[in-house]
Each structure stands twice: as C-alpha cells, then as structure tokens.
Ligand binder design. Structure first.
Ligand SMILES: [Zn+2]
Ligand SMILES: [Zn+2]
Ligand SMILES: [Zn+2]
Length: 100
C-alpha cells in the first residue's frame, strides 16, 4: 500500500458518530464486480431514505418544517455514502453482449 490514511484505522471513523445518532438518508454507491472477466460496472446511486422527522429528505419530515427553522433542527445533508460492491460470479453484460 503506497499511502496510508490514518483515520481508516480508527475504530470509529468520524461518520460513525453521525450514525450513532440514528440512521439518516444516504446514497448507496452500487458497483457490481464481475469475477469471470474482472470488470466492474457502476450503477446509478440508490437513495436510501430514513424515517426520521429530523431529516429534510425523510418521508416523515413535517411539511410545515421549512427554513429558517428547518435548518436549525433538521439534517440538511445526506450521510456518508455507503459502498455496496457485490461480487458476481459471471461475466459483465458488456462481455456477454460481445460474446467474450
Ligand atoms: Zn433521512
Ligand atoms: Zn425540517
Ligand atoms: Zn466484462
């Protein structure tokens, strides 16, 4: 490994503290890794919604909670994105289409 990122070795990275407060909306980065051809395909980001009233993106967020009050009481940002990279035992769609 050429470069080390010290914060990755801490038991609780900074974004874990946010998760301790409750699950909030975040993006999920989906990347399928195809083992038989070693290709990876990025899929469109998934938006994962929470059910908190204190999150601007939540379906339970009150409709009458609007700025400037909302900015003080509610999450205005998505949480740290999750990475989701399932390994698929097969070939990617491009290789299948190309008959490789
Ligand atoms: Zn949310
Ligand atoms: Zn709000
Ligand atoms: Zn492939």
């Amino acid at each position: 490994m050429a470069k080390e990122f010290p914060f990755l070795h801490q038991p609780f990275p900074w974004y874990s503290f946010i998760s301790l407060l409750g699950f909030m909306c975040c993006w999920r980065r989906v990347r399928h890794v195809y083992l038989q051809c070693n290709h990876a395909i990025n899929l469109p980001d998934d938006e994962i919604r929470c059910d908190s009233r204190n999150c601007k993106f939540s379906p339970n967020h009150p409709l009458d909670c609007v700025p400037p009050q909302c900015i003080k009481t509610c999450w205005q940002y998505h949480q740290y994105p999750q990475q989701y990279s399932p390994n698929i035992d097969g070939k990617c769609p491009n290789c299948i289409a190309a008959g490789r």
